[in-house]
Design a protein around this ligand. Structure first.
Ligand SMILES: [Zn+2]
Length: 544
């Protein structure tokens, strides 16, 4: 059991951190024995804990009493941890003396953590505010410069390593559905639904330019094949016939998604009402944001998606800023799908700090807007669905990889080969940390002039070959709820074995099972990770 001594102002962030770490913990009380004690911005009390971690940047009596000398106080540091970097957004202290666990400030190699051993106890002084960092990640998020770093998962990994490195048995429920190596949510923002909806507007002229001229430029840059140029020219020349109804509208061919994703599921976020630009953060109404279709106009296709096991969610217009509008937009989707749990991703990823509250009040089950327009990455630093700190039930399913961020000239502007190299670490992180990789491929991205289908097909094949589970966004969120409902009731060490009692309040048997992971102290000090995974779906007791 971990005891956490923290200010009451940090209670909600501490609780959410441990929903994501999902190990056995409680707020510190005088009396009980803790294997590990975390003191967040607090002096360590007298305790029997084998490991005492003292996080924080304020002056500590502990430092003076133990001869710990502060070397520097910086903001916006990046620290090294094994082969990884962790950005620190608040202040960060460095100390004189050798670093423990190789934790150093990248700028001057100074120690960010120092260790003191005394009377069978290990004290580690760490020069940043852990829960301040987690709060920052779950609220403001990371700037695009650090988008590739799963900072929150690294804070969890560091804490886990500190505990298991002290030969303390640790029990956790990792974000890994039993039988799978990680979760993939394939999602589609449906912005256009048909080029026939666009007559002599910026979208149509933009398409013609990109298909006729942009394709040739991209051919010269080695980014489009001759075949793709030909396909785009054919599409451009067929446009008058599309408008006359004599040729197929190549932008509303969702069957291609069903074909590529055969045997898998995915989530389509659809626009509730056409012609509405909504408002941006400055109160402006950007006319280009208005869609030319609405969900009620494409009911045959919606029913086809639903009968194929796809999820329909809301591609929200004003839901992010106004509870009344959020309720109305949610209701449009509910009337059509009849689903009890409705999810949302905002068009153009509009969002602010009040959005989770507005969306929760409107009755949404989850949001999947937290991501970047301009790059791919971990805005909240995590591979997991999390509960924004200001709400009770709504979960955030972060969005990680978006097609337009990879390929748009004004964003990353990558070739397919470069894009593969950029996406690869995200797949490796999913394999290492578990959780979910959320992919957003827009409705018209398989069609001319984008033709981003080869990349998407390869990506799915790669993810399949790595043993991922492909639920709808709503199913993924339900699995995270199932995990959140689990409680590690007790962990008792009996000689070499560990007796663990778990309970679960949301045992949905249709969802993959949870994984109980028991880390036992290694037999030799230089042995690698030593853990056992057990599947569980109901309240139970295990001896490992
Ligand atoms: Zn959109």
């Amino acid at each position: 059991m971990i005891g956490v001594l923290a200010d009451t102002a940090q209670s909600s962030v501490v609780a959410e951190f441990f929903e994501l770490f999902k190990t056995s913990w409680e707020f510190y009380r005088e009396g009980p024995h803790y294997d590990a004690l975390i003191c967040s911005n607090a002096e360590p009390p007298r305790s029997s804990a084998k490991l005492v971690l003292i996080y924080g940047v304020g002056p500590k009596l502990f430092d003076r009493e133990n001869g710990i000398e502060i070397r520097s106080l910086r903001s916006n540091s990046v620290i090294s941890y094994e082969d990884r970097q962790i950005p620190i957004y608040g202040n960060c202290l460095t100390f004189e003396g050798p670093a423990t666990h190789g934790l150093i400030d990248e700028s001057d190699q100074a120690s960010v953590a120092v260790e003191i051993a005394a009377d069978g106890q290990t004290f580690v002084r760490i020069g940043f505010d852990l829960f301040g960092e987690i709060r920052r990640l779950l609220t403001r998020g990371q700037p695009p410069a650090h988008a590739a770093i799963p900072a929150l998962e690294l804070h969890i990994a560091l804490l886990r390593d500190l505990i298991t490195g002290c030969a303390i048995p640790l029990v956790e429920i990792p974000p890994l559905p039993f039988g799978y190596s990680f979760i993939v949510c394939l999602t589609h923002d449906v912005d256009h639904w048909g080029i026939r909806n666009h007559k002599f507007d910026h979208t149509m002229f933009g398409f013609l330019y990109r298909a006729l001229i942009g394709s040739v430029i991209n051919f010269c840059r080695g980014r489009k094949s001759l075949r793709q140029v030909a396909v785009n020219w054919m599409a451009a020349f067929s446009l008058p016939f599309v408008h006359l109804g004599l040729a197929k509208d190549f932008w509303n061919d969702l069957d291609r998604y069903l074909e590529i994703e055969k045997g898998l599921t995915s989530t389509f976020f659809l626009i509730p009402s056409k012609g509405e630009p909504g408002q941006d953060a400055g109160g402006r109404q950007p006319s280009r944001r208005a869609a030319r279709y609405q969900i009620s106009e494409i009911m045959p296709q919606v029913n086809r998606l639903l009968s194929d096991g796809r999820e329909i969610g809301l591609h929200g217009i004003d839901a992010w800023r106004d509870t009344t509008k959020a309720r109305a937009e949610c209701e449009r989707i509910r009337q059509i799908t009849g689903a009890s749990e409705i999810g949302v991703r905002m068009h153009w990823l509009f969002f602010d700090e009040k959005s989770p509250t507005a969306l929760e009040k409107a009755g949404f089950s989850y949001d999947s807007t937290i991501g970047y327009n301009e790059t791919v990455g971990y805005r909240a630093g995590t591979t997991q669905a999390f509960r924004p700190l200001e709400v009770e039930r709504l979960l955030e399913l972060p969005m990680h990889v978006m097609d337009t961020a990879l390929f748009y000239p004004s964003y990353l502007d990558l070739s397919p080969k470069q894009a593969r190299a950029v996406v690869k670490p995200f797949i490796e992180n999913a394999t290492r940390f578990g959780g979910v990789l959320t992919v957003n491929w827009h409705d018209r991205s398989l069609a001319p002039e984008r033709l981003w289908d080869d990349f998407y097909v390869e990506l799915i094949e790669d993810l399949k070959s790595r043993g991922a589970w492909f639920p709808t966004a709503s199913q993924a969120v339900s699995w995270f709820r199932k995990r959140r409902s689990a409680v590690i009731e007790s962990v008792i060490c009996e000689g070499d074995s560990v007796r663990v009692k778990v309970s679960i309040d949301h045992p949905d048997a249709a969802l993959p099972g949870l994984r109980l992971r028991v880390h036992k102290p290694p037999a030799r000090s230089n042995a690698g990770p030593n853990f056992v995974d057990i599947e569980f779906n109901n309240s139970a007791e295990f001896v490992v």
